[in-house]
Design a protein around this ligand. Structure first.
Ligand code: M6P
Ligand code: ZN
Length: 184
């Protein structure tokens, strides 16, 4: 029998993907109006500033029950005012769907929020592994001075719910205050 190579590969250094059915999306400052606390600092910055990029491998159609997606988020270093660059963060559309995150490069914080608005936080670093349970919103924050690369694997039918985050926020913000990383 013929032994084939897979149609997709990822860099074990930083998680970059190449191959079939790999897509890339870019989130700029202008896509995150209302997400940062310091609106003045937000509007003083170039709206085209790239905050993060996501590469995703979708071997099945979105919504496929039993399927899995695989991706890497690359969050640039930087701040809006004193608040570190971060992902939008989301609940899953099918709320009970869980996910794995793992740290590849850089330093950051993973912020969790349950449906009642209770938060918990975990350090993200090369080799860190994070189980994101169902019904828990999740957001990545880059607290370092280099790019934060984080791998992810999630159910193909999980979907993304950004509405509750855009409306109510995440409960906690990760900032640099007096040279320290603080969550408040
Ligand atoms: C990870 C996964 C993706 C998600 C991405 C960016 O790669 O969780 O599903 O889209 O991070 O996060 P967000 O969608 O919150 O901007
Ligand atoms: Zn998710």
């Amino acid at each position: 029998m013929i032994i084939k190579n897979p149609s997709v590969e990822f860099s074990k250094q930083n998680g970059m993907l190449k191959g079939e059915n790999v897509s890339k999306s870019i989130r700029k400052l202008k896509d995150m109006d209302g997400f940062y606390e310091d609106e003045e600092a937000f509007h003083a910055m170039d709206p085209e500033t790239v905050l993060y990029e996501v590469e995703a491998y979708a071997p099945v159609e979105s919504g496929t029950e039993g399927g899995l997606f695989f991706g890497t988020s690359f969050i640039n270093p930087g701040k809006v005012g004193n608040e570190y660059f971060m992902t939008k963060g989301h609940f899953h559309e099918i709320l009970n769907r869980a996910e794995y995150y793992w740290g590849l490069e850089g330093e950051g914080v993973l912020v969790f929020m349950d449906e009642e608005g209770n938060n918990s936080l975990q350090h993200v670093y090369p080799g860190s592994l994070h189980y994101v349970p169902g019904k828990i919103a999740h957001r990545l924050v880059n607290t370092g001075s280099t790019k934060l690369a984080v791998g992810a694997c999630w159910p193909a039918d999980a979907g993304h719910q950004y509405g509750p985050i855009a409306e109510k926020g995440f409960g906690v913000r990760v900032k640099e205050i007096g040279g320290k990383i603080l969550a408040e």
